[in-house]
Design a protein around this ligand. Structure first.
Ligand code: ATP
Ligand code: MG
Length: 259
């Protein structure tokens, strides 16, 4: 279970370098984000470029500190107890960040070690995840030179090595081909079922079909704010549309009308 309440984050513009007169000193990346994601469900964070999705997920993953607001993972306050919160969370960030000199297996097992897993347990988990993600042939290869999809699979396996109850993914299908996208969607769907552990899954995207196909619930983000939330049918009803793309445009950009 993931809860986010009135989150805010301002980035300072770089001090050095040329800054034309009138250029903003700061960027309000997240202004007011609130949502809840429950166990056994996939929650999509949908928003246009620059809406603040990555920033929100990075705060949840304790990679950056919010300026205001509260975040809890399984009731654990992320700011107060980041390690306890992350022990219950798998994170796939936008920068896939693998060690190029290690094989895929070593990357996964090493990360298991960081999460306090005994080596043989991490090895066994690497095997099981390689099966699930259809990446067995990759295990003994160094990740240097991996394609986008291969990198994503390895990073996902690494994020899931400690069998976390909560899974946070930033644009997980970015750069994946049709088959890999399907495989990933199926894996995520399965992870949300009771057999897969009824995980709480939150992912960001700006792909409509992904949201329609994959999400149990959608949180729409625009200009750093969460502006709407609900199931796809609920959002259609709320916006008075019957096409989801149109509904999204209304919900995400509707605020700008008449400005
Ligand atoms: N490190 C940073 N320094 C300064 N500004 C930043 C930084 N990271 C993000 N921003 C700004 O904060 C805003 C929100 O960015 P963020 O990456 O969270 O958006 P996003 O919703 O993930 O967008 P996208 O769909 O393009 O990935 C943007 O205006 C962005 O330029
Ligand atoms: Mg992003």
């Amino acid at each position: 279970m993931i809860e986010v309440e009135r989150l805010a984050k301002v980035y300072a513009a770089p001090r050095s370098g040329f800054r034309a007169h009138g250029t903003a000193r700061t960027v309000q990346a997240v202004a007011d984000a609130s949502f809840a994601a429950r166990d056994g469900a996939i929650t999509g964070l949908l928003g246009p470029n620059g809406a603040g999705k990555t920033t929100t997920l990075r705060m949840l993953a304790a990679l950056i500190r919010p300026d205001a607001g509260r975040m809890a993972i399984d009731g654990i306050d992320v700011a107060a107890q980041p390690y306890a919160a992350l022990a219950r969370t798998g994170v796939l960030s936008d920068a896939r960040g693998l060690y190029p000199r290690l094989t895929a297996r070593e990357n996964i097992v090493y990360y298991g070690g960081l999460q306090g897993m005994p080596r043989d347990a991490a090895e066994a988990r690497a095997e099981a995840l390689a099966e699930m993600l259809d990446m067995r042939p990759l295990l003994e290869r160094r990740t240097e030179g991996f394609s986008q999809g291969e990198r994503m699979k390895t990073a996902l396996a690494r994020a899931l090595v400690h069998d976390p109850a909560n899974i946070i993914l930033d644009e997980p299908t970015n750069g994946l081909d049709v088959l890999a996208t399907r495989a990933l969607r199926e894996s995520l769907r399965w992870l949300a079922t009771p057999a897969g552990g009824a995980k709480c899954i939150v992912f960001s995207t700006h792909i409509m079909q992904e949201v329609e196909r994959l999400c149990d619930r959608v949180v729409v983000m625009s200009h750093g704010r969460t502006v709407a939330a609900g199931t796809v049918p609920e959002l259609l009803a709320q916006s008075g549309q019957d096409d989801f793309e149109e509904a999204f445009v209304r919900l995400a950009f509707g605020m700008e009308e008449g400005r």
